[in-house]
Design a protein around this ligand. Structure first.
Ligand SMILES: Cc1cc2nc3c(=O)[nH]c(=O)nc-3n(C[C@H](O)[C@H](O)[C@H](O)COP(=O)(O)O)c2cc1C
Length: 171
């Protein structure tokens, strides 16, 4: 078995090769203001009931806010929204002001305007996994819009291009 140290060196590099979409997880502070973080470690978990997973580092401010409020929003970003992803990936104290039009309400939970899908979720379970927590949320409200996804691959944002479906493809 490889040593923990040698796995640690390669762990980030290995997962940087796994292309994902990009979401913003939103939640509410006790005073009702919105807090958000960029997250790619999210996935669908169950259709019936509709459950999602969000894997959130224990040091993130969002972690305690989601624990306390028991709710979160999940917005799947459009390819035009890398600026939003960068905003919510920086430490909260270093973020500039966000244009109010960047957020919209989904049944009481602020979500990202112009995202290609958004959900308002109630936390049904939380499981510690090392230095992260896997939050399981039941989707109580959902909206879906047109657009192409923002993609995160090898620590860069990009768009989705499906070469196999392109008219120029040889196949
Ligand atoms: C593309 C991208 C994906 C990210 N995905 C996650 C994630 O799934 N879970 C996580 O805990 N942090 C993730 N982060 C880091 C957080 O967005 C970042 O630490 C953020 O500042 C946390 O905000 P908060 O402490 O205000 O909650 C990601 C960052 C980027 C750039």
């Amino acid at each position: 078995m490889q040593t923990a140290a040698s796995i640690g060196d390669k762990y980030r590099d290995a997962w940087s090769r796994f292309a994902t979409g990009v979401s913003v997880i939103t939640t509410l502070e006790p005073d009702g203001s919105v807090h958000g973080m960029t997250a790619s470690s999210v996935t669908s978990a169950s259709l019936d009931p509709p459950l999602v997973l969000a894997v959130i580092g224990e040091t993130r401010q969002s972690h305690v806010l989601i624990e306390n409020s028991g709710r979160f929003g999940m917005s799947i970003l459009d390819e035009s929204q890398s600026d939003i992803a960068l905003h919510f990936a920086s430490p909260a104290e270093k973020r500039g002001d966000l244009d109010a039009s960047s957020l919209t309400d989904l049944e009481g939970m602020p979500v990202i305007s112009g995202s290609i899908a958004a959900m308002n979720c109630r936390v049904t379970a939380a499981h510690t996994a090392g230095d992260h927590t896997v939050f399981i949320g039941e989707v109580e409200y959902i909206q879906v819009d047109d657009g192409n996804p923002l993609v995160w691959f090898q620590r860069q944002f990009g768009g989705f291009s499906d070469a196999s479906n392109s008219e120029d493809s040889d196949s």
